[in-house]
Design a protein around this ligand. Structure first.
Ligand code: 5AD
Ligand code: SF4
Length: 464
């Protein structure tokens, strides 16, 4: 179990490099810019990256043009994400040309792949370092190497990546927060790059998580998302028989008015104990259960370890326990070998479950995963057509479900003023539905009740 955590020696090394960087940049008023692509795990990692940068003496800026250090936190889940990351990295060539002292680093899932790391090293000479998601604690060392122009570092987390507890954090938002409860994934779904770039599952100790959640609640945070690639298998490799149900029960003992969300779950590990624990105080009335495909043979080729009957059994249990639960899912269209019939089965499940929202993706072959070299790849135009049909069906369901909310009163957490209109505020329900409303007073960060007065496909509109 101890193998899960970065050793004390490593942390001491981190502190030594941090001291060296601090004395190098002291009194220089340097600014750092961090750009985040991809999922909530990356958002959470970026908050730690910013925390480390601030501890080194940098000020965080939103303006990349004036930044003395730039970190690009990349995603590799689909080809589009990697292309976007490379194009963003490309534009920082000018920053380095203008100011050769600018530190440029790349991290996250894209740079954790050997071929990408090599490519960055060879073709992007202005990139000082690139590292994977398991090496955040080495950032001071990489920055020191860049500032002293002593070495460029390209580090893959080829050894088992480990958890560094206690890294500083700069949180983006006071009333919503991410708390990583575990890292990595053991599932090797055949389409997915994550297990190759984030390593095997490793869980944080429950007491560290509970302490972090308690501190957040005490500081006024109202919505906390427990993060992991598959939070349902939380604690499996820890001694002590911990599981996600235990963690939810313990967190629900924390006093205060707040929501706990989970992101994300694997149906194969959605135990009855977990479903029961969802009714604990503070646990949000929302469950995200990735379906990926509505066809059992495709699920088998995806290596998902459940069939459609089992999936629907879990959904039925969730609905029986709490008929008003908000259900959301992830679906991939155009997986290799997906026939029209398989795709129809996916639409059937969507009709049957009536999700509140669906995150749908066109299958993107990822080099290094089994699905990359599977025969029967689906032509792009068919994938696109299926994607559009699925979106159309789900939009109709979302619209219908939203319409049914008119006249009802919902509790929301207010996020702040809308970007386009100064009088309109944006908020979200427990099930993450967006509700816009007008107000003269600023309720940002507070729970309020709104009566829904009208809706469209993507949002609800309410009044106080
Ligand atoms: N192509 C398309 N979508 C993918 N996802 C993961 N890998 C791929 C891929 N290669 C989707 C899955 C997952 C979500 C985060 O991204 O639906 O649940
Ligand atoms: Fe990828 Fe599957 Fe792991 Fe999710 S459970 S991160 S889809 S391999």
């Amino acid at each position: 179990m101890l193998d899960n955590f970065v050793s004390l020696t490593e942390l001491e090394k981190m502190a030594e490099y941090a001291d060296k960087v601090r004395s190098l940049i002291k009194n220089k008023s340097l600014r750092a810019f961090v750009i985040t692509l991809g999922c909530q795990q990356n958002e959470a990692d970026s908050e730690r990256i910013k925390g480390i940068l601030v501890s080194l003496g940098y000020t965080i800026t939103d303006d990349e043009k004036i930044a003395d250090a730039i970190i690009v936190n990349t995603c590799a889940i689909r080809e589009h994400a990697e292309k976007r990351a490379l194009s963003i990295i490309g534009r920082y060539k000018h920053n380095k040309a203008k100011n050769p002292d600018t530190v440029i680093g790349v991290c996250g899932c894209m740079s954790a792949q050997e071929h990408r790391s090599e490519h960055l090293k060879r073709s992007y000479h202005y990139v000082d370092f690139a590292f994977g998601t398991g090496s955040l604690h080495r950032l001071p060392e990489f920055i020191y190497g860049a500032l002293t122009k002593a070495k460029r570092s390209f580090v893959l987390d080829t050894e088992r990546p480990q958890i560094a507890e206690g890294l500083p954090v700069v949180r983006e938002c006071a009333h919503r927060a991410w708390v990583s409860i575990m890292y990595g994934c053991n599932n090797f779904c055949t389409y997915c790059i994550v297990p190759y770039v984030r390593g095997r599952e490793r869980s944080r100790m429950p007491e560290d998580i509970i302490k972090e959640v308690r501190e957040l609640v005490e500081s006024g945070c109202k919505d906390i998302t427990l993060l992991g690639q598959n939070v349902n298998s939380y604690g499996k490799e820890l001694d002590g028989g911990y599981d996600i149900a235990y963690l939810l029960r313990e967190i629900s003992k924390i006093e205060g008015d707040f929501w706990i969300h989970l992101m994300t779950s694997h149906p194969k590990d959605a135990s009855d104990a977990l479903i029961e624990a969802l009714s604990c105080k503070s646990v949000a009335n929302h469950f995200h259960l990735p379906l990926q495909s509505g066809s059992s043979p495709i699920l088998k080729r995806m290596n998902r370890h459940y069939d459609i009957d089992r999936y629907l059994e879990i959904i039925d249990k969730l609905k029986r326990q709490n008929p008003s639960i908000t259900l959301t899912t992830d679906i991939i269209v155009g997986f290799p070998g997906e026939s029209d019939e398989d795709f129809e089965k996916t639409l059937e499940v969507i009709r049957r479950v009536e999700y509140d929202s669906v995150y749908s993706f066109v299958f993107s072959p990822r080099k290094g995963t089994p699905a990359y070299s599977m025969e029967d790849q689906i032509p792009e135009e068919i994938k696109k057509e299926r994607f559009e049909r699925l979106t159309e069906l789900q939009n109709e369901i979302s619209r219908k479900k939203n319409e049914a909310m008119v006249g009802k009163t919902v509790r929301v957490l207010v996020d702040g003023k809308s970007k386009n209109n100064d009088k309109i505020y944006t908020s979200r329900t427990e099930g993450n539905k967006i509700v816009h409303f007008e107000a003269d007073k600023d309720y940002t960060g507070q729970f309020i009740n709104l009566k829904i007065i009208r809706t469209d496909t993507f949002a609800l509109y309410g009044e106080i």
